[in-house]
Design a protein around this ligand. Structure first.
Ligand code: WTA
Length: 634
């Protein structure tokens, strides 16, 4: 591990270089890796169609850079540490050499199942080492992985399988999560019963060993699939711009879209950002508590750390099992140096009381990080004082599924911190703020919509199967800019604070949820005519989900009806999208053109009913008072 940004002056120099000569700057970074064939051209781009290509003509495989490249220098170093859900079980450590063997072996098994370069493979698994192995094995043979968070419902899983036309699903028998064993394979069976015709095989990893049903001819056990397969083999060489993975994420309209990332640029950017943001030192134990089902797990449990030759820990369980001291236990036991988690987890542990963390000595900790949602001041200080004992810089990392890697963040111990601020852009990242008319807002101490003006290597390439949707969503709002969907402020010193989404996306416990998706799910409940979903401030989750529901006839048993609504949402999406509050209403405030006035609904959900603004232009202003009164008893 070499060449980290080492001082603020160094950062300023590197940033300036990245702006005056982006291609030269990124070419220098890309040279750190093994390329089977060098690129002809560093960057080709336009944000109009959009079309962005990095390291054009280069040929490589990202897993060769995650694994083979390290065999000589760190073959016996631990690559992955797996901490199981059950605190009584021993952690599993996998060296780089072992991981190489396991990935090659499973890659060979996938090939034997007929998986070829370019085929899509859906992975629906709990946080076991096999999840990381399956992911890397796909990449190794040039297949495209689509990891689906194992908390999504059968309906959501089926939607994603169909959209990607996946050939194989890789899953596990059960998910051991806290005190529960959640049937994962059963969800796959239910999903496949919804007509996923593209699926030829299901590979099942035996995790808990509890009984499941196997479908002869279609299903095969992981341990049978790898039997007799070689633990070595060359990676399939692909083009820099060949698809590495699809990851579905929610937007303001319609169904989740498949964000596409490619081998070359994603590799260069995740490694660069990992190394510099966390200031990883050889021998450090790095722990990111995310799930590999989300982008944070892709970029900063699997790819970034392995590319950098780090020791990356993954955790199967939940922060509060068997008690709220679990995270601190794990940090103590494994001597974790760098700890990366979400504000929602920090707030939940803070609410559990200081006793769990107060008497812990965690002298190994050097760097703390957060991601996924804005962190509030109280949680920031608690994290700094109680967990970091005031000597660990907190990197508040702002980024998105679409950006592939961290975009705006302090570099630990190198650039200045400011509570609740993501602070400064990484080298190579050119953010700007834009007003409602699309004009860039210059100067400091200003607020606007956050855009990025220039491509970086891990930028989204397309939305799978629907390039026009990618253009519309990210590149059509403001000319020649990537639009993030977030609002931000830039303070007097040029530091960025992310305020939150300015579109109809809400952020619940760090999970992105589209209000339209939740409405579609609610509308499938019998007797529901229409619904409107908005976010409201929630002490632990950051935002909660508030649903206004119109029914076709008066409901006599409101509690039972609301339960049916919740069950429907769980069936259609999963428990993460369950509304926290449901209010039955006779109507929704609408404009004369029939658009729901969400601004009013948001205010009522926030409990702020004093000043709702001008409602006289509404089609049905009388409904506002009824909703206001009803909200008081929710
Ligand atoms: C939000 C997660 C404030 C933001 C990596 C963004 C944040 C969305 C931060 C992306 C942060 C992420 N401070 N807000 N440090 N990090 N967000 O795609 O609204 O799951 O647009 O990627 O999370 O969520 P996603």
């Amino acid at each position: 591990m070499t060449a980290k940004i080492s001082s603020f002056e160094d950062y300023q120099r590197e940033y300036a270089h990245s702006v005056t000569d982006p291609e030269g700057f990124w070419a220098e970074q890309a040279k750190r890796f093994q390329w089977q064939k060098p690129w002809r051209r560093v960057l080709k781009w336009n944000f109009r169609t959009p079309d962005v290509k990095w390291f054009v003509g280069g040929r490589l495989n990202i897993t060769e850079n995650c694994l083979d490249r390290h065999l000589e220098s760190r073959g016996n170093q631990t690559a992955l540490i797996w901490e199981p859900n059950d605190p009584g079980r021993r952690a599993r450590k996998i060296t780089y050499k072992q991981l190489y063997g396991l990935v090659c072996q499973f890659a060979n098994a996938l090939k034997a199942q007929g998986v070829k370069k370019g085929d899509r493979v859906c992975i629906y698994m709990p946080m076991t080492p096999e999840l990381a192995i399956a992911t890397l094995a796909c990449a190794r043979i040039g297949a495209v992985h689509s990891v689906v968070f194992a908390g999504f419902s059968a309906v959501s899983l089926a939607d994603r399988i169909k959209d990607a036309q996946a050939k194989v699903v890789i899953t596990s028998d059960y998910n051991a999560r806290g005190p529960k064993n959640i049937p994962v394979k059963k969800v796959v069976d239910e999903a496949l019963a919804l007509g996923c015709d593209s699926i030829e095989h299901v590979i099942v990893h035996q995790n808990t060993g509890d009984a499941i049903k196997m479908e002869p001819g279609r299903d095969i056990w992981w341990h049978d699939a790898v039997k007799g397969r070689r633990k070595s083999g060359k990676a399939t060489v692909v083009n820099s711009e060949d698809m590495l993975f699809i990851l579905y994420t929610s937007g303001s309209t319609g169904k989740p879209k498949g964000v596409v990332h490619t081998h070359g640029g994603y590799m260069v950017y995740t490694e660069y950002s990992f190394r510099n943001v966390f200031q990883y030192e050889d021998g450090d134990i790095y722990w990111c508590t995310a799930d590999i089902g989300w982008i944070t797990g892709h970029s900063y449990i699997v790819y970034g750390p392995l590319l950098a030759g780090a020791t990356s820990m993954m955790f199967e369980g939940v922060p509060t099992y068997p008690n709220a001291g679990r995270f601190w236990d794990i940090i103590q036991r494994h001597k974790v140096n760098i700890f990366y988690t979400a504000p929602t987890a920090i707030r939940a542990l803070m609410a559990a009381g200081d006793a769990w963390v107060k008497n812990r000595r965690m002298p190994s900790l050097r760097v703390l990080g957060t991601v996924g949602e804005p962190i509030n001041e109280e949680a920031w200080h608690w994290y700094n004082e109680r967990v970091g004992k005031k000597h660990c810089p907190i990197v508040d990392t702002w980024w998105q599924t679409e950006t592939g890697g961290i975009m705006i963040s302090p570099l630990a111990g190198i650039t200045p911190l400011k509570p609740c601020y993501a602070t400064l852009p990484l080298p190579g990242i050119q953010p700007c703020l834009v007003d409602a008319n699309g004009h860039e807002i210059n100067g400091n101490d200003v607020e606007g919509m956050l855009c990025i003006k220039y491509p970086w290597p891990a930028i989204i390439r397309t939305t799978y199967g629907d390039h026009e949707r990618c253009r519309q969503t990210y590149f059509a709002t403001f000319k020649n800019k990537y639009f993030t969907g977030d609002g931000a402020r830039r303070d007097a010193d040029g530091m960025y604070r992310i305020i939150g989404r300015v579109d109809d996306v809400i952020n619940v416990s760090g999970h992105r949820i589209g209000t339209a998706e939740v409405e579609d799910a609610i509308n499938k409940t019998p007797h529901v005519v229409e619904s409107a979903v908005v976010g409201f401030p929630h002490e632990i989750k950051g935002q909660g989900i508030y649903a206004y529901v119109i029914t076709s006839a008066p409901i006599s048993d409101a509690a039972a009806f609301k339960q049916t609504v919740l069950d429907t949402v769980v069936r259609e999406i999963g428990p993460i999208a369950k509304p926290d509050k449901i209010q039955l209403v006779p109507g929704l405030p609408k404009t004369r053109s029939g658009k729901i006035m969400r601004r009013i609904l948001r205010k009522i959900a926030e409990g702020d009913t004093g000043n709702l603004g001008d409602i006289s232009t509404l089609l049905n202003p009388e409904v506002v008072d009824i909703i206001k009164t009803g909200a008081k008893s929710i």
